[in-house]
Each structure stands twice: as structure tokens, then as C-alpha cells.
Ligand binder design. Structure first.
Ligand code: ADP
Length: 330
């Protein structure tokens, strides 16, 4: 078997294009010479050496990273003599990325749920091992348990929201109808009123009565509530939040501006990812789940829009929902 060399006898167009080459440039040349990839070399050597089926993923770094699944099958002549191998390549870049995202997501979810559960378990054990005899201590522990239970509920509720949007999205059940932006924002302000009052935060709305867009009222209200809730959460007591709706030739832009803690630049690109937080401890303390902005992004995408953010640490943030313009009369 070691008399078999590693010359490419024939390669089809699709396989050659994975190596950014043409078939005619690769045929009759050594595979090790034309594809300089140690993982592929290992698979080919092992398949040629053993005559057995081999399979594995290789990572190619060309213009961009791509992942190929490599499968080999022995080629036999009419006398059943091993004469070489057939290599089948599948581009699995997208699949592997999705798998990684799923794994990362499951690991994040487990972590997020495990943290409060561990705390609850610990405090319940402490209570049952005697702390209940001390009413003050018992009350304190029960308060902590309640806080963690509320956290779990908030996470599950946010998950359900995300899943509702995803379901609606998939079944194309999103009902986008002409709706007045001002009235939806007013409802969102009412939803957040108690929180704003508790922190003595003033919420200003600047929005002309006649601005409308194609919206699913319930979902759009949810997006507005999330952004307003954040603006309140990440502002100091007595602060100001300004919601200003403006229109351009093509868009309705809903600005949620606060003068709170702001966000360092390096965090801005990842802010809308699930569970991404600038300061985990602070977010948890404020009852955040790390899912609020992911929900906003998803909702606005289903509206054919997008969300942007400008922010400076210590000065505040401005989150802007951009919706395609519809029926605005100046
Ligand atoms: P959370 O539930 O933690 O608030 P979000 O997805 O709503 O999660 O937001 C992600 C992170 O973005 C937050 O943890 C916070 O660090 C940051 N953030 C969001 N909105 C604001 C804001 N208005 N001001 C400052 N930081 C913000």
C-alpha cells in the first residue's frame, strides 16, 4: 500500500472551487502540495495507509475561514486491489457555526438558571438546618430566596417572549398593520411608570400625533417597554429619559435617550446578543436577564427595521428603533 502516492487523479469543479482553484490546475499534482492543510494530510495519509474509511473536519483559512467535512472511501480495481481513495468534501461551515451557537446557548442558559437555583438550594438547606429558629435570619433568607425565584421567573418569561416571536416569525403570523406610534409608546410608558416613579425618573415623549408605521402593536410595545425599562434601569435616581420620534424620507426613528451610566464603545457591537451584559453583577442586581435587547432586535427585524445605539460612558445612551416609513403626513 505504501506504493500508492498522493497524486490527485481527478477532482470535480465543486471540490476544486473549495480550494479556490480550477480542476485542471490541481489534477496530476500531489494533494499535499496543492492543499497545505495538516489535518487533511493526516486524514489522507491514514486512509491511504490503512485502506479504511476515514472522516473528519478540516478548517481552511483562505479569504475567510471555512470548515470542510472530509470523508474517504477506498477505491478497488476489478481484482479487489486497493488502488487509492475517493475523497468527498462537504462545506459544513454554516452547520458547524449553528451547532456552536446552539451549544453556547445551551451552556449560557444552564449557567443562567443554575446560578439562582444553587442560591435557592443553599438558603433552603440553611433554613432547614436551624436558621428557621431565628425569625430575623429566616426572613432575610426568605427575601433572598424570593429574589432568586423572581430572577428565574424573569428569565423564563423572557425565553417565552423570544420563543413567541420566533414562532410567529416562522409561521409568518406577524400582523403588521398601520398603527400610530404615539399611542403605543404611551402604553409602554404606562407599563414602566411604577419603575420610573420609584426612581423619580421623568419620562418625556416627543412624538407628533400623526406618525404611523406598519407594526404588530403587541410586539412593538414589548420592544419599546424593553428599551424604556433599560433607560430607567441604567439611569441614576432623579434622571431624565426622553423618547423622541422623528421621521426621515424613508424611516420612522424612535429614539430612547437616557443620561445614565452609558456603555463603553468596545461593548456596543455585542450588546444585542443573548445574555451579553456590560456588567453582569449590575445587571443581575437590577433584575436584568441579558435577553431584553436580543428581544428588541428580533422584534424590530420582523418589522423590517433595525436598531442602533450611540453611547458614552458617564453621559448616557441613545437606542434608536428604525422602522420603514409608512403613511406619514407632514
Ligand atoms: P439586561 O437584562 O441585563 O438589561 P439587555 O439585553 O436589556 O439585558 O441589555 C444588555 C446589556 O446592555 C445590559 O446588561 C447593560 O449592560 C447594557 N445596557 C442596555 N441598555 C442600557 C442603557 N440604556 N444604558 C446603559 N447600559 C445599557
Amino acid at each position: 500500500m505504501d506504493t500508492i502516492d498522493e497524486i490527485i487523479i481527478s477532482i470535480n469543479h465543486s471540490a476544486a472551487s473549495m480550494f479556490k482553484s480550477r480542476s485542471s490546475d490541481l489534477e496530476q499534482r500531489s494533494i499535499q502540495e496543492v492543499v497545505r492543510n495538516p489535518e487533511l494530510q493526516k486524514i489522507v495519509k491514514s486512509a491511504l495507509g490503512s485502506g479504511d474509511h476515514r472522516e473528519g473536519d478540516i478548517v481552511l483559512y483562505q479569504d475567510e475561514e471555512s470548515i470542510l467535512n472530509v470523508q474517504t472511501t477506498s477505491l478497488l480495481d476489478e481484482n479487489e486491489r486497493f488502488i487509492g481513495i475517493l475523497i468527498v468534501l462537504n462545506d459544513v461551515t454554516r452547520l458547524r457555526r449553528l451547532e456552536n451557537m446552539r451549544k453556547e446557548f445551551v451552556s449560557n442558559v444552564s449557567h443562567e438558571i443554575k446560578t439562582p437555583l444553587t442560591a435557592i438550594k443553599g438558603f433552603v438547606e440553611t433554613l432547614s438546618h436551624g436558621a428557621m429558629d431565628n425569625p430575623d435570619e429566616a426572613k432575610r433568607f426568605l427575601n433572598i430566596i424570593e429574589k432568586h425565584v423572581n430572577r428565574l421567573v424573569a428569565i423564563i418569561e423572557d425565553f417565552m417572549r423570544l420563543s413567541v416571536i420566533e414562532q410567529k416569525d416562522k409561521s409568518e403570523d406577524i400582523k403588521l398593520e398601520k398603527g400610530k406610534i404615539r399611542s403605543v409608546i404611551k402604553t409602554a410608558i404606562q407599563v414602566c411608570q411604577a419603575k420610573a416613579e420609584a426612581k423619580k425618573i421623568k419620562v418625556n415623549l416627543i412624538c407628533s400625533e400623526d406618525i404611523s408605521a406598519k407594526i404588530d402593536t403587541q410586539l412593538f410595545e414589548q420592544a419599546a417597554v424593553n428599551l424604556l425599562d433599560n433607560a430607567i434601569k441604567y439611569s441614576e435616581e432623579g434622571g431624565l429619559v426622553q423618547i423622541e420620534v422623528i421621521t426621515t424620507d424613508t424611516e420612522v426613528c424612535i429614539n430612547f435617550k437616557d443620561y445614565g451610566i452609558g456603555i463603553p464603545k468596545e461593548h456596543l457591537p455585542r450588546l444585542f446578543e443573548r445574555f451579553y451584559r456590560v456588567d453582569k453583577a449590575r445587571s443581575r442586581k437590577l433584575g436584568g436577564t441579558g435577553l431584553g435587547l436580543a428581544i428588541v432586535k428580533h422584534i424590530i427585524q420582523t418589522h423590517g427595521g433595525y436598531v442602533t445605539v450611540e453611547s458614552n460612558p458617564g453621559e448616557g445612551s441613545n437606542f434608536v428603533i428604525h422602522l420603514p416609513k409608512f403613511g406619514y403626513t407632514a
